[in-house]
Design a protein around this ligand. Structure first.
Ligand code: ADP
Length: 537
């Protein structure tokens, strides 16, 4: 067989050649843009040529601080196709972490959305490697700014060469991009993606047994393009000539519902908090969601109650997937097998709420102190993954040896695996509750609590206990209309028949809000501190 390199420019070349008329629908601060792949491909070449003029060389890191829109998509291709490295930066990181990741990656140029500019102005003097800043805006005139060396994105596009040729000697193992984990503890850790890894991952997103993204889809990533590359969907969708809807800055559940309805979105992807918000909106207003063939949910466990509401009430198929920054991210995908099609009700939901089976191309195993665990759906151990789109190290970081051993990525997630091979995440190693030497899954308790009609969100965390070492306490946010008429005893009575006695939370604390990480996950560390103060333990 030929050994042709798996490199990124083949993806956008294909979109331009075979799907020039297909559209990218992109919302920015001022309007909704409708561009064709032909236009986006040309603008991408112009951007690459202008970045070269700005001094970007092979291997240089170029950072982006931007929402989901067409300019960010152009940067996704221009930077790697010219041989530089796309560093998508999480705009919700703290200023200290922003400084850390930009300096650690040694970014040379930053592409920044206009509304994010103040964030960078505040820290610019501490950025040691950045030489040039580009503001992404609908305007060609530059905004007033304290940043020197500021360029207008649209001026760069206008000045760029539409016939720019990407170098043809980029190797498939060359770096394409990098992301840092949002690191709920310690400093963020960098992961470098190769061209080969991204191309193979894009192919995996097109498989019928995973997300099956195809030309006929209208794909709307709600997951930010700064969170594990919007789970790789912009790369795959471009390759397949899929219509893309990029929802832009500061979107609301109402705006998402309108975009789905008006643009006839068929597949959309995001974390559970996004879908909880959409669910609320669908209950309040009336929208036509009939174009949707699936909602893709990952990043943290999808509560069973939410899956039920989408599937049964709104007739929208709901797909639960699992991944990490280190896994590009698609690794597990939940789907009923063909011979399970007669499963209904709770049994069906039970399977769908698991994180699923490993996608083709990767291997997983679950190990504890006794070795690999049995496929009994009960024995807990740490989830290990390996494969061609799994990182093999952290970028210049001595924490590499904690997570990468014997050719496997140690995910830090505790899981079980059932007789069908479905993996179910029980907890992260740092969140699991150890009561009297046994483990209690916070995720299981949260799932059941969130299935209660009065509960909007629930997070269960460990609090120290003199006898049992740790005990679970549930933090519950009630839906507005139930705020004054549900008691903790009622919720405990509801949990009692569903769990062993020693799994029941020692207390239920009602909160107005659960603290979340920059990517919308429960921030359990903050919650534990809050509770310790509240309970004086
Ligand atoms: P961070 O590690 O900073 O949270 P990532 O976005 O890389 O950043 O998060 C990966 C982690 O998210 C996984 O290790 C796992 O704990 C969690 N996760 C991802 N998908 C799921 C899922 N479907 N169900 C439960 N947890 C998930």
């Amino acid at each position: 067989m030929m050994n042709t390199p798996l490199v990124l420019h083949g993806l956008i070349d294909r979109a331009e050649k075979y799907f020039p008329k297909k559209k990218i629908i992109s919302r920015t601060h001022s309007k909704i843009h409708r561009l064709t792949y032909k236009e986006v491909a040309e603008r991408t070449r112009r951007l690459a040529s202008s970045l070269e003029t700005l001094g970007v060389k092979r291997g240089d890191r170029v950072g982006t601080l931007a929402w989901n829109h067409h300019r960010h998509l152009e940067a996704y291709f221009a930077i790697p196709c010219m041989g530089a490295v796309l560093h998508t930066i999480n705009i919700r990181l703290s200023p200290q972490d922003l400084i850390y990741v930009i300096n650690h990656a040694e970014d040379q140029v930053l592409l920044i959305d206009e509304d994010i500019l103040p964030l960078i102005e505040a820290i610019k003097d501490q950025l040691t490697t950045v030489k040039k800043f580009v503001v992404m805006s609908d305007e060609t005139s530059l905004p007033a700014s304290t940043i020197e060396s500021l360029y207008s994105y649209e001026q760069l596009i206008a000045a760029g060469d539409p016939d720019f040729s990407y170098p043809d000697d980029i190797g498939e193992n060359d770096p394409l991009g990098m992301c840092y984990t949002s690191a709920t503890t310690g400093k963020p850790k960098g992961v470098v993606y190769t061209h080969r890894g991204i191309v193979l991952h894009s192919m995996a997103l097109g498989l019928a047994d995973t997300t099956g993204i195809s030309e006929s889809d209208v794909c709307m990533p709600v997951v930010p393009m700064f969170h594990v590359n919007a789970w790789g969907t912009p790369f795959a969708a471009t390759w397949f000539g899929t219509t893309q809807v990029l929802p832009g800055p500061a979107f609301t559940p109402k705006l998402l519902a309108e975009l789905i309805q008006n643009e006839k979105v068929t597949i959309t992807a995001g974390v559970p908090t996004i879908w909880l918000g959409l669910l609320k909106e669908l209950e309040a207003g009336s929208y036509d969601m009939s174009s949707l063939r699936g909602i893709l949910c990952g990043g943290s466990a999808a509560p069973k109650g939410m899956i039920r509401a989408f599937e049964e009430k709104h007739k929208i198929p709901f797909y639960h997937a699992y991944g990490m920054t280190e896994t590009t991210p698609l690794a597990l995908y939940s789907r009923l097998k063909s011979y399970q099609s007669d499963l209904t009700g709770e049994e069906r939901l039970e399977v769908l709420a698991k994180q699923g089976i490993v996608v083709p191309g990767l291997d997983v195993k679950i190990v504890n102190e006794n070795g690999e665990v049995d496929w009994d759906g009960e024995t807990m151990g740490e989830l290990l993954i390996r494969g061609p789109w799994i990182a093999s190290e952290y970028y210049r970081d001595d924490r590499t040896s904690d997570s990468f051993k014997d050719g496997w990525l140690y995910t830090g997630d505790i899981a079980t695996i059932d007789e069908e091979g479905n993996v179910k995440l029980v907890d992260r190693t740092k969140d699991v509750i150890k009561s009297g030497g046994e483990w209690i899954s916070s995720v299981d308790l949260e799932n059941v609590l969130m299935a209660h009609e009065a509960v909007f969100e629930a997070a269960v965390v460990a609090v120290p206990h003199p006898k049992w070492q740790e005990r679970p306490v549930a933090c519950v946010v009630l839906k507005e209309k139930y705020k004054d008429n549900v008691t903790k005893e009622e919720l405990l009575d509801y949990l009692r028949p569903q769990f062993a006695k020693w799994w029941l939370p020692d207390d239920i604390v009602f909160l107005d809000e659960i603290p979340k990480t920059s990517v919308g996950k429960f921030l359990k560390m903050a919650l534990r501190d809050q509770l310790r103060q509240h309970l004086s333990v």
